[in-house]
Design a binder for this molecule. Sequence first.
Ligand SMILES: Nc1nc2c(ncn2[C@@H]2O[C@H](COP(=O)(O)OP(=O)(O)OP(=O)(O)O)[C@@H](O)[C@H]2O)c(=O)[nH]1
Length: 391
Amino acid sequence: MLTPQVVPLLTDQVLIAIIAVAVILIGASAGLVVSRRRKAQELPPPAPTPRIEPAEPQVGDDAEEPRDTPTRTLEDTELPTVERPESAQGRLVRLRARLARSQGSLGKGLLALLSSDKIDEETWDDIESTLITADVGVGPTQELVERLRTRVRVEGIANAEEARSVLRSELVALVDPTLDRSLKTSRTDTKPAIVLVVGVNGTGKTTTVGKLARVLVAEDKQVVLGAADTFRAAAADQLQTWGERVGVRTVRGPEGGDPASIAFDAVKAGIEAGVDVVLVDTAGRLHTKTGLMDELGKVKRVIEKSAEVDEVLLVIDATTGQNGLTQARVFAEVINVTGIVLTKLDGTAKGGIVIAVQRELGVPVKLVGLGEGADDLAPFDAEQFVDALLD
Ligand SMILES: Nc1nc2c(ncn2[C@@H]2O[C@H](COP(=O)(O)OP(=O)(O)OP(=O)(O)O)[C@@H](O)[C@H]2O)c(=O)[nH]1
């Protein structure tokens, strides 16, 4: 047993031992450092690291480090199936046969009458009724007949070829090749072009917006669609499907929602994403003129809080003849229409509606629908249209 007197004695001895060991260790390490320094001074400078020149690649060498995972094949990679639509250039020529098929009676009928051996009053009456039946309208019909009469009197028509040339030039003049039919679809520095598509339900409005999106994508434009037609439940789905096919986003809202707020959201999304064009499919119910005015007026006003509307395209079903003209008149009173899209010109439509509707609104036909196919929407051209009538 250790007594309490022994403990402090032992502690002193242990302390002395620790100090002694510490002194020895410090001395040893100091000696080591000094000897290392001395050795370092005595050593020759390190030889420069030899520069390794990159080896010339040899046949059979890999260009890169081999991957440790096998390359995925095209089959393994999930690629979105986005279509590349056909360019709109020259479409009217491609679709000319359809136009000629449906409109043949107008052009060929007139041509036959004008090339007859004897052009008398009865012939002029027949020419007039052919034009009226083809929906050209009373005013433009009388104008055309007058001009043809004058040319026949002054120049005379010796053969079918001359008849064709006279008729062609007068019809082209009536359709008016001088009108600006370009679409305003270029963005400015600060905002996308805003295009409103209006028209009565069933005229082919949603289809036209989808086809137009394809035309713009084919021109390498970035597009956002606004499904502001909340009247028909499936219209937004239909539009979204059109958009998805060409990789274009559709902004939509709840069924039966407020068209103006969807249009606003679409424009906002387009501005934020910096796209070129925002195409808005509107709800154009023609219950009453006041209702239509309220609805379209509101859509336009709300959009214009963030961006000016550049183009208002009115879609008219060409097969509805006079009814289509009445619709056009009402819409033109409600909103400033800048261009007309005539759909279903491939069907039973009468081509004269092109002339009549332009006269009615003083606005050019900019696009024509010539079928249900995705790329069956063509930029309108007066000369190509008349050529198709006379084919
Ligand atoms: N033959 C032909 N059919 C067309 C043309 N354009 C549209 N259609 C057809 O017309 C029908 C109506 O088209 P929609 O686009 O649904 O009409 P809408 O005006 O948008 O109707 P809502 O969506 O109810 O407003 C569809 O079956 C289209 O395929 C065209 O140029 N030629």
